[in-house]
Design a protein around this ligand. Structure first.
Ligand code: C5P
Length: 310
């Protein structure tokens, strides 16, 4: 299904993300874990078209099966539109048309990208004209990854992942993504990490409630050297994601055997992100994995956050 942007509509595109580094600390009283992460927005996009309507509705289409995506208030884009309407006392509605390219429940922030795109699209459609700072505040109320989808680029996230600072990152990184037909639930993966830590007796050595991204990660990003960065890739959620989906370990190994510098589970998974030497290296990895029967995607980062296309 193609998107039907026309006069009186706003079309916004927002990127999916990879967590180049994801350190997870202890759980706060609000149920969220302390994070220190580096996000990179990559060239896999969600498209959202907003048009005037009396009430609120959503349609979703995409390259993958989108049957599991809710079309009611459980949908983050729907919540984004209603939150903006409430915050600005706008009394109309919106019909949102979402075209998904980011895997559903894939650990790449697709739902967060939809929410960021819906905020930007409705703000333009309704003429509510919120400042970037107010949009950021609304985004943070919707979910920990939504501010980054607004922002894009490469950024350090602390707090719940929603306190952002741009990271200096030179050049472009080429990634090959191995997606899964079945998604993983983010809360399930965080819960699993807590249980694995408990089993290891982590209570005696509580994970910290505030943490930082290690300097070598930031240095590697600044250098733009993919080989240097590949040695610093780390995701504290990976062991929990692999516990739920043991095949992910094999996918990472397969990617490295195919010539990737390193591989990592993206966010809470199950998407695997393989860091490659460059565009040609990524094409080689992609073709080896395709011959092995996988459906790998070549993307690059960083790319900009949610922006109006028309
Ligand atoms: O904010 P978001 O909706 O993306 O979070 C989904 C779930 O992931 C939360 O309900 C929580 O279980 C878990 N989470 C967490 N700590 C974070 C971010 C997410 O425990 N910093």
């Amino acid at each position: 299904m193609s998107l039907t942007a026309s006069a009186g509509t706003v079309h916004v595109r927002a990127p999916g993300k990879i967590n180049v580094y994801l350190g997870v600390g202890g759980r706060h009283d609000d149920g969220y874990h302390a994070l220190a992460t580096v996000f990179q927005a990559v060239s896999l996009y969600e498209d959202v078209v907003a048009r005037h309507a009396d009430d609120f509705s959503i349609t979703v289409s995409g390259v993958d099966d989108v049957g599991s995506v809710p079309l009611d208030d459980r949908n983050l884009a729907m919540r984004a539109a209603k939150l903006l309407a409430a915050a600005t006392e706008y009394d109309g509605g919106v019909a949102l048309e979402i075209r998904k390219n980011v895997p559903v429940a894939g650990g790449m922030g697709g739902g967060s990208a939809d929410a960021a795109a819906a905020l930007v699209a409705c703000d333009a459609l309704w003429g509510t004209g919120l400042s970037p700072a107010r949009l950021h505040d609304l985004a943070a109320r919707l979910g920990a990854d939504v501010p980054f989808a607004l922002h894009g680029g490469t950024a350090v996230g602390t707090g719940r992942g929603d306190q952002l600072n741009p990271a200096l990152a030179r050049g472009r990184l080429d990634w090959v993504l191995v997606t899964s037909e079945e998604g993983l639930s983010t809360p399930v993966v965080y819960d699993r990490l807590d249980r694995l830590r408990e089993q290891r007796g982590a209570l005696a050595d509580d994970p910290p409630l505030s943490l930082d991204v290690p300097i070598p990660v930031l240095q590697a990003l600044r250098s733009g050297d993919a080989a240097q960065l590949s040695m610093t890739l780390l995701n504290d959620l990976q062991e929990a994601a692999v516990y739920e989906r043991p095949d992910l370990d094999a996918a990472i190994r397969q990617g490295v055997d195919a010539g990737a510098l390193a591989g990592i589970v993206s966010g809470s998974g199950p998407t695997v992100a393989l860091l490659c030497t460059g565009p040609e290296g990524a094409q080689d990895v992609q073709s080896v994995l395709r011959d092995a029967g996988l459906d790998p995607l070549h993307v690059h980062g960083p790319v900009p956050g949610a922006r109006i296309i028309s």
